[in-house]
Structure formats: C-alpha cells, structure tokens
Write a protein that binds this ligand. Sequence first.
Ligand code: FAD
Ligand code: UDP
Length: 369
Amino acid sequence: MFDYLIVGAGLFGAVFANMAKKRGKSVLVIEKRPHIAGNVYSEKIEGIDVHKYGAHIFHTNNKQVWDFVNSFAEFNRFTNSPVANYKNELYSLPFNMYTFNQMWGVSKPEEAKKIIDQQRQEIKGIPQNLEEQAISLVGRDIFEKLIKGYTEKQWGRSCKELPAFIIKRLPVRLTFDNNYFNALYQGIPVCGYTKMVERMFDGVEVKVNTDYLENKNKFDDLAKKIIYTGPIDAYFGYKLGHLEYRSVRFETELLDVDNFQGNAAVNYTDAETPWTRIIEHKWFTFGKDENGNELHKTVISKEFSAEWKIGDEPYYPVNDKKNEELYNEYRILAGQEKKMIFGGRLGEYKYYDMDQVIDAALKCADECL
Ligand code: FAD
Ligand code: UDP
C-alpha cells in the first residue's frame, strides 16, 4: 500500500511527488499520456526544444517558487515580448509606450494618457465584462485592433460575455517597456521543461499510458491517499454536466529557413486569420541549442483555438459565472471524497500559471505531508 497515488505527471503531480519523497512517503504516479510533464512537456526537433502543448514562459514574483524550480534546472534570461500582427500592422505587446506610439504616433506618456482617458470615458461605473474592462484600461482603438479579434478567437465567445479578470492579466504601462510579464523572475529552463520535471520525479515510480479513471477501483486500493490532477468533472463522470474548456490544436512544421518571424511569439489579433498566434520555438533559447550551437532550421507552431468536447485535451478553463457555479457544485462533491485531494489547473478548474500551480502544490504538501 502506497502512502500516495498521484494521478497526473504534470507540474502539480511532480512537485507534490518530490516533496512526498523528500519527506519519506511512498509514492506511485500514474499518467495517461505517453510522457511526463503534462502541458509543459517539450521535445527536441533538430536540436530545437519544441513546447508541444503551447509556449511556456516561466515567470513569477514568488521567490520560494523561483528557488524551488532553480534547484532542478538552470534558467536562461528569456523575456517574453510578443508582437501583435493586425492585418500586417505590427504592434508591440503588452500595451506600452511603443504600442501607443505605433497606434497614435504619440511619443510622450502624457499624450498617450490623454487619449486613453478620453476613450475610456465611454465606460461608466465598474466594468462588467471583458469588453468594458479592456476599454476602460486602454481605450477603444486598442480594444478593436489588439484585443477583440484575438480574444473572441481564443475563447469562442463575445468579449461582452467573458469575465473582466482575463484581460487584467496583461500589463498596461506608460513606459517603453515591452516585457509581457510583471514578474521579478522570468526565463526558460536551459535543459528543457521535460528534463526539469524528470528531475522532480527522481526516485519516484511513474507509470505512463495509465488512465486512472479506466481502473479507478483497482487504483483506489493501492494507496492511502490520492492526489488527482485531472479534470474534476471527469472524475465524477460528468454527472452534474460538463464544465466548459477551450482546447487548442497545434500545427507544427519544421522549416528549412533559419528565421521565420524574428520573434518567439507573434499574435494575430484580427478576427479573420484562423490561428491566434504563431510560436517560433528557437527564439526561447536565442536561436541556439543546449550546448550553445547555432540552430540553422526552425520549428513553428500555429495555434488554433476550439471549444472542448469529450475526448479532446482540456487546456483552458472558462471561468465565467455559469461554469464557476457548476464547479462549486463539483467542489462540494469533492469535499465528500475523504481519500481524495483535487489539485492543479484541471482539478481546481483555475486559470493557473505554472508558478501558481507550483505554489499550490507546495502548500498542499505542507498541509498534508
Ligand atoms: P497538467 O499539466 O494538465 O497535468 C495534468 C496531468 O494529468 C496531464 O498530464 C494529464 O494527462 C493527466 N491526467 C488527466 N486525467 C488523468 C487520468 N484520468 N489518469 C491519468 N492521468 C491523467 N503557464 C505559465 O506560467 N506560463 C506560460 O507561458 C503558459 N503558457 C501556457 C500555454 C498554454 C497553451 C496552456 C494550455 C497553458 C499555459 N500555461 C502557462 C499554464 C501551464 O500549462 C499550467 O499552469 C500547468 O502546466 C498546469 O500543471 P498541472 O499539473 O495542473 O496540469
Ligand atoms: N489578449 C489579447 N490580445 C493579445 C494577447 C492576449 O486580447 O494579443 C487577451 C486574451 O483575451 C487572452 C488574455 O489577454 O486570453 C490573456 O492573455 P495571456 O497571454 O495571458 O493568455 P495565455 O498565455 O494564457 O494564452
């Protein structure tokens, strides 16, 4: 009998397994995919570390989390600065003085502020949805060119139906600073995410290609406690109805050119282009492989957003009111499962970044171990 069975070899599972092992507990990890690392999994194509499930840039303000990940991998100094392409007009992201200069020709913070203040007047009172929130942060021009098309492709819903908090993830700055994240620490593991997670699992038994829900009773008998990091609604057989998720289809190509778009991420913010963004993976490591050798080819991934249906990979929880209410009902059911702990982006149905998942797993380990 194991002390812990961990369902899912993503970051939450890996961090919890690592802590449990350090504290002398016996642990078994099962993962339904053929590999570890969950959505941060990356694999080498022609020496290029390809983020298989979408671009992952580690960023955090949490020193404890930063020290924790650095104990498994050295991080480079990559700083995310995506470019927005709106019908071939290029803009700097996030919304900063370069963006305002490109949009309105202004060169001083005071001039940009004046335009934004004028444009935000159309919103009276507290913003009630993503559209109102966006206009009240940056005005209508930027909303129309850089937010509306991208957001409606990404979420498959009108900006008027989406929660305001989603757009508050992006910084708005009256400085010439195009660092996408407000984070003290940022970077990409030099050895790749998969290696970093492999080190977290050091000394822990991990079985891949193993689906917990297909043999739930058998697995339940194997351990005293179970950490479940899959979708909470799937655990309950969707008996209250399914939660909504967005899925993503990635079209990845190896190209025999050394520079396709000159940046790691280019967002296509118009409504007509079918993909949301194109990632050129080699720029996460400055065009070099792990040993510092120049990479001569390139790998790009186009991301196509789609509504999730049973059988697809659930990537993004849709944290609107309707889904939050359903999630709360599942949470009540989860509270009655004494042997179970639900964790991670799918287990808690939260739009968690990597650092938040790691923080949550460390806290969970402190509480239960
Ligand atoms: P997951 O990585 O989803 O791991 C859960 C694991 O459980 C999966 O491997 C799954 O296969 C397994 N599983 C599920 N059900 C079962 C079952 N029944 N039996 C066995 N195994 C099961 N965060 C950032 O900080 N920076 C970024 O730049 C960033 N970019 C992102 C881009 C995209 C496209 C996406 C989707 C997410 C991004 N994130 C980013 C968020 C990041 O991926 C998550 O915070 C993190 O990976 C979540 O870890 P997790 O362990 O909770 O979940
Ligand atoms: N967003 C946008 N235009 C962009 C990039 C992002 O309108 O060019 C909006 C979009 O609604 C997105 C949200 O900002 O869902 C948060 O963006 P982030 O890059 O944090 O999303 P993620 O990395 O999770 O896909």
